[in-house]
Design a protein. Structure first.
Lengths: 312, 248
């Protein structure tokens, strides 16, 4: 099956970026049809650049990017009929009501009045936005505004949705609301390219993930594959009679409040769990989280900004 | 996008950026009326009504030009602050459709102002079919080139404040300094060539003739139309080649 999106040796250097600094450098990725695909990475890692090229908002410097087999450089109009995007930090037109925001977006895309109205009412009902439909968007909370924007693209007939950090700056409850809206696309077999630097979000929503760092793909696969691929796929929290040096043979140890965090291979994790039980320690064993993997692969927290490259 | 869908999109943009905000905040209309009516007032008072006809013709031109300056601010704000242009780029909406819709929406704001001037034009006893066509044609051309210029500039501005720098300069360069509100004969002959650098001078010559001002000769009238059409076409070409719909 042909991928929905295919990048081959894709590079992007912004005209005003320092010489030698690339926002994307030789990136090759296949993004399958009908799935939510997560792009994770620090700010400035190249996620937005990748999304903008795919959404035909930005020209690549070199390499190839195809959407449904169509070239983003030459088949632009054909692609644009089939995509929809919520750019990073975008905001709805503040003088519109929630209904008007969605309805006029659909009219802009060429839907007739009846179809636009039907689709708007459907999406409002499905995302529980009906009670707010006459509210002006500038009177909504940040979470509700983002939800209204997600509703806007969901209501469209686009086959690929580009969602660039749709939940940045939202509180946990509001993020969950937006997640629910995004997960609806899975039922509709649409393709979603989602960028985020919230690793829990990427893990909760994405069927596959790519980890971008300084314009390069560092890891790619399903969350499970990525976990298997990292050297130490288990995380153990240890509270009890162990000293730090006792734990070093089992894996990578860091000190946390009230105990230690150990990243270990399966065999060592089992052995540590067994010894912990024997010695009366409190041990919890779980697969590593994406956050831990990011730390292992990149060597820094995802919260740190990357050096400037995404200068657009 | 089919022609029907293009028209639908243009209509939707005109609604969402024109009628809907006006319905929410009718005071927008007063804002657009303020500048041309102030000029009309001051020029009429200062000239003791001798230049009233010029003030009416100039007011019409300024009203259409102010569409360009408002459009420039709106387009920059929507592109930079709201990322609305990016939302539309990743959709079937084409750049000319967006600009046409936005320009039409700004025309909605200017309609009451134009109606005031058209009323004064009618009350002055200058209305006839030929003048009506001249007015309509010239004002449409001014609207079109002001919109094309606004779009091209707006795609380069990185902050809406940059558009605040350019808007007054464009207004001064195209409507205050050129002989839009006064006869060209007021300019000393040796500097008159400068006035002919502004396309609005040609628009004003044609419009002044419809409000009781001097009527240009047939050949000079044709030159005026030719310059206006060429200038508008040139700005459309500039917008087509240089405006940034997709970022480079």
């Amino acid at each position: 099956m042909e991928p929905a999106l295919r990048a081959v040796h894709l590079s992007k250097r912004y005209p005003r970026a320092p010489p030698g600094v690339a926002a994307l450098d030789d990136v090759s990725l296949d993004i399958p049809m009908g799935k939510i695909y997560g792009l994770i990475g620090r700010n400035g890692a190249g996620k937005t650049t990748f999304v903008r090229i795919g959404a035909t908002q930005l020209l690549p410097s070199s390499g190839e990017f195809r959407v449904f087999g169509l070239d983003v450089r030459t088949d632009t109009q054909s692609i644009r009929r089939r995509v929809a995007a919520i750019p990073q930090e975008s905001r709805p037109l503040y003088f519109l009501s929630v209904f008007e925001l969605i309805y006029y977006y659909l009219k802009l895309r060429g839907h007739d009045r009846l179809e636009a109205r039907r689709r708007t009412n459907d999406v409002l009902a499905e995302l529980s936005l009906e009670p707010l439909k006459d509210q002006l968007v500038n009177r909504l909370s940040g979470g509700m505004r983002r939800r209204a924007m997600v509703a806007m693209v969901l209501a469209s007939d686009a086959e690929i949705l580009f969602l660039d950090e749709p939940t940045t700056g939202l509180d946990p409850l509001a993020r969950r609301e937006v997640w629910e809206a995004i997960l609806r696309t899975v039922r509709e077999k649409r393709t979603v390219l989602l960028t985020t630097h919230y690793l829990d979000e990427a893990e909760a929503l994405s069927a596959r993930l790519a980890l971008l760092e300084e314009g390069h793909v560092r890891l790619e696969g399903t969350p499970e594959e990525i976990r298997e691929r990292v050297g130490l796929p288990y995380r153990l929290t240890v509270q009890g009679p162990f000293q730090e040096e006792d734990l070093h043979p089992f894996g990578k140890v860091s000190r946390i409040e009230g105990g230690f965090l150990v990243f270990a291979r399966e065999k060592e994790a089992r052995e540590l769990a067994r010894q912990g039980l024997e010695r009366g320690a409190r041990i919890s064993l779980a697969p590593v989280r994406l956050e831990d993997i990011f730390l292992q692969v990149v060597g820094r927290s995802i919260e740190e900004d990357a050096p400037l490259a995404e200068a657009a | 996008m089919s022609e029907r869908n293009r028209l639908r999109s243009i209509g939707a943009i005109a609604m969402l950026n024109g009628f809907v905000p006006i319905r929410r905040q009718p005071l927008y209309l007063l804002n657009i009326l303020a500048a041309p009516l102030s000029f009309l007032f001051f020029i009429s008072i200062a000239s003791q009504n001798a230049l009233l006809a010029y003030a009416i013709g100039g007011g019409m031109i300024l009203t259409m030009l102010s569409i360009g300056t408002s459009l420039q601010s709106d387009l920059t704000h929507y592109r930079q602050d709201l990322k609305f242009q990016d939302v539309l780029v990743a959709s079937p909406v084409e750049a000319p459709v967006y600009v046409a819709g936005m320009a039409l929406s700004e025309l909605v704001y200017s309609t009451p102002g134009l109606l005031v001037f058209v009323f004064l034009w009618g009350a002055g006893g200058w209305a006839n079919v030929e003048s009506a066509f001249t007015l309509l044609g010239v004002l449409l051309l001014v609207w079109a080139f002001a919109s094309a210029l606004a779009f091209t500039l707006a795609t380069y501005f990185e902050d809406v404040r940059e558009s605040f720098i350019f808007s007054p300069l464009i207004s001064i360069g195209l409507s205050v300094l050129p002989p839009v509100y006064y006869p060209i004969t007021y300019i000393p002959e040796q500097f008159r060539f400068l006035a002919y650098l502004a396309p609005t001078t040609y628009a004003a010559i044609l419009i002044h003739a419809t409000v009781g001002g001097p009527v240009p000769s047939l050949s000079f009238g044709a030159v005026c139309w030719g310059v206006l059409i060429a200038f508008t076409a040139g700005l459309f070409l500039l917008a087509g080649f240089k405006a940034r719909w997709r970022d480079p």
